[in-house]
Design a protein around this ligand. Structure first.
Ligand SMILES: [Cu+2]
Length: 193
């Protein structure tokens, strides 16, 4: 039962790095539903989401579509296709960083409309907020550099966070200060940008 202790440290670290990369790639995302009809409206017509979230339009009655653009001018960002009268039909767009990069819009606001009912005011928009990360979360001491003092503070916080909402050394926000946080700190070693 002590086999884990016999695994070479380098292998553990390599595994930890791979797992850390996987965890970073699988960000929690939220799905926001927007009802399409009945009648000539999207509900909610305006929605604010965070980068990485998905908007799922759900047809609720009537013949509609979802086309990005304004005044009947499609801008090509997204398009559900021909109008459909199919309650329960869904159309999804994930507004992740790749989408934002490929389809840049001022202030990350994505207007859209229903083709047949544009003149009835059937329009909506999606505002995507991009969280601004602290310049250097690994600088636990706020000294302007990631150094041995930050390392000592992290080691001093090692283990489960007593309060997950106030656990700055838990850089990966996993609820525990562990080797992943240590790796992130070491990776950021040096002056904060
Ligand atoms: Cu419509």
């Amino acid at each position: 039962m002590n086999t884990k202790n016999r695994i070479p440290t380098a292998a553990v670290l390599a595994g930890a790095l791979a797992l850390g990369a996987t965890m970073a790639a699988v960000n929690a995302e939220t799905i926001h539903e927007v009802q399409v009809g009945p009648g000539f409206s999207f509900n909610p017509a305006q929605i604010t989401i965070e980068a990485g979230d998905t908007v799922r339009w759900v047809w609720a009655g009537g013949e509609h579509n979802v086309v990005s653009g304004v005044d009947g001018d499609p801008d090509g960002n997204f398009d559900s296709g021909l109008p459909a009268d199919d309650p329960g039909l869904t159309f999804e767009v994930t507004f992740d960083q790749q989408f934002l990069d490929d389809n840049p819009m001022p202030d990350n606001i994505y207007p859209y409309y229903c083709d047949p009912h544009l003149l009835f005011g059937m329009v909506g928009d999606v505002t995507v907020e991009v969280p601004v990360a602290p310049a250097c979360p690994e600088d636990l001491t706020g000294s302007g550099a990631v150094d041995v003092f930050d390392l000592l503070q992290l080691l001093d916080s090692w283990g489960a966070c007593a309060d997950v909402d106030d656990c700055p050394a838990d850089l990966t926000q996993s609820g525990v200060v562990d080797v992943f946080d240590l790796l992130q700190l070491l990776n950021a070693w040096g002056s904060c940008r």
